[in-house]
Design a protein around this ligand. Structure first.
Ligand code: HEM
Length: 506
């Protein structure tokens, strides 16, 4: 607590206990002290509404939102306000201040209003899933899903299923590189979207949906492109005041069509799986499931809620995995020494074994550091958010009124040289030195606390198993030396253009 605040609260206690000893003038000056300890939103710097609007729409600002974090911090300091369309948001771009926000997030943290996602569900009568639910409803779903997604033993039990998907990924990469005389796989993110979708589907349904076959089913391609469209339209529909939705209806329409497709895709797969189970029961066979949808059904969640949750889990498991794998391989291809050290680590753990297990990857510290470093440079969620709905909170010098959308600028903090030396360079070994501890809130790619990523353990296992096996089979090089790919924001942080890599057989 700042010194002035301590003095003021002590003075306030004395005044309440001994009012007769407390002259009026002193009370007034104490009130002035209290008032002066925090500044108000009016005093917070930031661009004018028109300025920010021009940045967003005229200077391709929506896809540069992550860079605007760094520019904002340089211009206004670690806290500033800006109007994102109709929404006023306070940006926080220092780990100490982010910590202050997160430590005050309360019992049922609210990430943001994600109003367009909620509006869509209300409009179509769909249930909220874990990403969109709030309050008691969120708590109930979180504790059900947490039992199967957060416990290490439960997650490890998906290793076999995930490894089968990784085997298909390696075959698919073999096939794709054979189409090119230099063994280049074009646009690796595309391949990893399919891997992400196949991986999360195998966890959710324990069945394969063919994303990694040489001919990819049309519905898979459409599901993946619906996610992309939905993310682009999320930013656009949120930045547009509602009145504009009637004048320019296209973004909202496209947004709804994308969600319609995703909900229908999830429902189709759930219904198919449930029907198989019912048939088994009818035949008197034993039903055992090692997949999430089965557990959800056992928990007696309503079908509507299962549809909502499975749709959101499918969505959450595609771009996140693809982005992390693409950036990890992109950086490894540009840093051959690091790639070779990692290959050495993997082969020394694996010896003659061909398929890594969860226990194997647990013994690969450099592998983990590579992924941590890729997520520091390219946090999949470059700007997360919190809304504290029930009380005003103090952050730094400011009093933030309740219900304000607070944007947590993770991209800016994870590339801040105050917290990471050579912040823009890929140096996984920074995570290996015990003495080089970093600020715990400077890079938090999976978020924080009760509302943090529930898929973290599954995601990490999936990425480690895939990276280890890819590097056992291939040496990865850039298609052309010196070619750089920058990130862009599409709600999530994704590669701005294709990442093309050469996959050479080991
Ligand atoms: C490398 C991959 C991933 C990254 C970097 C990532 C990152 C994140 C982040 C930053 C959040 C917000 C946390 C917060 O607000 O504090 C989040 C939430 C969430 N993630 Fe992930 N995620 C990844 C993979 C996955 C996967 C594979 C799944 C599904 C199996 C998943 C499911 C979810 C869900 C359901 C939430 C909402 C949790 C809640 O609101 O309680 N994520 N993720």
């Amino acid at each position: 607590m700042p010194q002035t605040l301590k003095l003021a609260s002590r003075a306030s206690w004395l005044a309440r206990c001994f009012p007769e000893l407390w002259p009026d003038s002193l009370l007034k000056s104490q009130a002035r002290v209290l008032k002066k300890t925090h500044k108000t939103l009016e005093e917070m710097p930031g661009p004018s509404t028109m300025g920010f609007f021009a940045d967003l729409f005229c200077k391709k600002g929506l896809s540069r939102l992550h860079e605007l974090q760094i520019e904002g911090k340089a211009k206004y300091g670690p806290m500033w306000k800006a109007s994102f369309g109709p929404i006023l948001t306070v940006h926080v771009a220092d780990p100490n201040l982010i910590e202050q926000v997160l430590r005050q997030e309360g019992k049922h943290p609210i990430r943001s209003d994600l109003s367009s996602w909620k509006d869509y569900r209300i409009c179509r009568g769909h249930a909220y899933g874990l990403l969109t639910a709030e309050g008691e409803e969120w708590q109930q779903i979180r504790s059900i899903l947490g039992k199967h997604m957060l416990k290490p033993k439960e997650v490890e039990s998906y290793t076999g299923t995930l490894n089968e998907v990784v085997s298909d990924l390696v075959h698919r990469l073999q096939h794709q590189r054979s189409l090119h005389d230099q063994h280049v796989v074009k646009n690796v993110a595309d391949e990893f979207y399919k891997f992400g979708l196949e991986g999360i589907s195998s966890v959710l349904f324990e069945s394969r949906i063919g994303c990694l076959e040489p001919t990819v089913p049309k519905e898979t391609e459409t599901f993946i492109s619906s996610i992309n469209t939905m993310f682009v339209m999320t930013l656009l529909t949120m930045a547009m005041p509602k009145i504009l939705h009637q004048i320019f209806p296209k973004p909202w329409q496209k947004f709804c069509e994308s969600w319609d497709y995703m909900f229908a895709f999830a429902k189709g797969h759930i219904d198919k799986r449930m029907a198989e189970v019912s048939e088994k029961i009818a035949r008197g066979e034993k039903v055992e499931g090692k997949y999430l949808t089965y557990y959800l059904a056992q928990e007696k969640l309503s079908m509507k809620s299962i549809y909502g949750n499975v749709t959101e889990l499918l969505l959450a498991g595609v771009d996140t995995i693809s982005s992390t794998l693409s950036w990890s391989l992109y950086e490894l291809s540009r840093h051959p020494q690091i790639q070779s050290a990692l290959h050495k680590e993997i082969t020394s753990v694996m010896k003659d074994n061909l398929i890594p297990t969860a226990a194997d990857v647990a013994q690969m510290p450099l592998l983990k550091a590579v992924v941590k470093e890729a997520l520091r440079l390219y946090p999949v969620i470059p700007g997360n958010a919190r809304v504290i709905s029930d009380r005003d909170i103090q952050v730094g010098d400011y009093l933030i009124p309740k219900k304000t959308l607070i944007t947590l600028c993770h991209y800016a903090t994870s590339r801040d040289e105050k917290y990471f030396s050579n912040p823009n360079s890929f140096q996984p070994d920074r995570w290996l030195h015990k003495d080089g501890a970093h600020h715990p809130y400077a890079s938090i790619p999976f978020g924080f606390g009760k509302r943090s990523c529930i898929g973290r353990r599954i995601a990490e296992l999936e990425v480690y198993l895939a990276l280890a096996r890819i590097l056992m089979h291939f040496e990865v090089k850039p298609e052309q030396d010196g070619q750089t790919v920058r990130p862009m924001t599409r709600t999530l942080l994704v590669p701005e253009k294709e990442i093309n890599l050469q996959f050479l057989s080991r």
